[in-house]
Design a protein around this ligand. Structure first.
Ligand code: NAD
Ligand code: UDP
Length: 311
């Protein structure tokens, strides 16, 4: 039995990861400050004696004896990470420093939930890990993008300088059950709007693209990455390479829900990336032929059922 710390464990992805790690017979410490996470996401795990919940902010030092750390704490939705940009930077940079310090002291392996946002508005398509990205360092998204880029630099330098066993994954747009109804990201927004019969808000013309990964596929990739040997540090892209335009996504959600909602067009937010699609050849090669298994249609059905139950 391993003892595993999951920061951001009460969030959307973190709660699925905690559940899977517990099901595999591990002891899990879920650490969260509940900024965007919720006790509801983990309430079903609370009667497991091997599950421990800690209210804590990773910008403050934290001490525990664990074998592995998954560092997920950070708001991920643009509206939430832009709410307090300085705090977002501190969470990525000071938070990562605290968690790396912890991993160094106790010789734990540590995985960083990095992001496709490190590629910014990419000039290369699809995006391989070797691409350095196109990020506006002073734009609205920079608190998140540059925070995550700095965290990657911290991780790689703790590895080089202090031999900390690190793993960096770059997560591409992920959706699933337990996303908040007010999360603000595109899939939850569109489904909630469609189910309520409200207008579907398309930012820009809707010709920008994203590639959507179901959360179970991501969790599988994260665990495989953590279990790689010490020579594997990443960064490695984890995402679903099937690309859709935002307009097609809206039409698909209207069709599946049978909604009478209308499409309305709103201004495109500053620096909104025009296209995004992961090159996952490195993940396939390194993570035992890992690849996403859940299609967008299958995943959307599950999430639509979930939102029907919570609305
Ligand atoms: P989320 O907002 O649901 O989860 C983040 C969790 O971190 C929340 O529970 C929040 O309360 C907690 N948190 C935030 N700041 C904290 C702090 N200072 N101290 C302690 N806890 C804090 O988002 P998510 O989609 O589950 O994302 C999880 C991680 O994955 C994030 O690091 C995010 O950047 C990364 N990621 C997600 C996606 C995606 O599409 N979902 C894509 C790329 C990267
Ligand atoms: N988007 C949209 N309507 C919404 C929410 C988002 O058209 O109600 C667009 C957004 O402008 C972006 C894409 O959907 O082009 C994905 O946005 P999201 O916030 O989910 O993730 P990110 O931009 O970080 O990939």
């Amino acid at each position: 039995m391993k003892r595993i710390l999951v920061t951001g464990g009460a969030g959307f992805i973190g709660s699925h990861l905690c559940e899977r790690l517990l099901n595999e017979g591990n002891e899990v410490i879920c650490l969260d400050n509940y900024f965007t996470g919720s006790k509801r996401n983990i309430i079903h795990l609370l009667n497991n004696p091997y599950f421990e919940v800690v209210r804590h902010d990773i910008t403050e030092a934290y001490y525990a004896e664990v074998d592995e750390v998954y560092n997920l704490a950070c708001p991920a939705s643009p509206i939430h990470y832009q709410h307090d940009p300085i705090k977002t930077i501190k969470t990525s940079v000071v938070g990562a420093t605290n968690m790396l310090g912890l991993a160094k002291r106790i010789n734990a392996k540590i995985l960083q939930a990095s992001t496709s946002e490190v590629y910014g508005d990419p000039n290369i398509h699809p995006q391989p890990e070797s691409y350095w990205g196109n990020v506006n360092p002073i734009g609205l998204r920079s608190c998140y993008d540059e925070g995550k880029r700095c965290a990657e630099s911290l991780f790689i330098n703790y590895h080089k300088q202090n031999n900390v066993r690190i793993k960096i994954i770059r997560i591409f747009n992920t959706y699933g059950t337990r996303m908040n109804t007010n999360d603000g990201r595109v899939i939850s927004n569109f489904i909630v709007q469609a189910l309520k019969g409200e207008d579907i808000t398309i930012y820009g013309k809707g010709n920008q693209t994203r590639s959507f990964q179901f959360v179970d596929d991501l969790v599988e990739g994260m665990i495989r990455m953590m279990n790689t040997d010490n020579t594997v540090t990443g960064p490695i892209n984890i995402g679903n390479p099937t690309e859709f335009s935002i307009l097609d996504l809206a039409k698909k959600i209207i069709e599946i829900t049978g909604s009478s909602s209308n499409l309305i067009f709103k201004p495109l937010p500053e620096d909104d990336p025009m296209q995004r699609k992961p090159d996952i050849s490195l993940a396939k090669k390194t993570l035992n032929n890992w690849e996403p298994k859940v299609s967008l249609d299958e995943g959307l059905l599950k999430v639509i059922e979930y939102f029907k139950s919570v609305l």
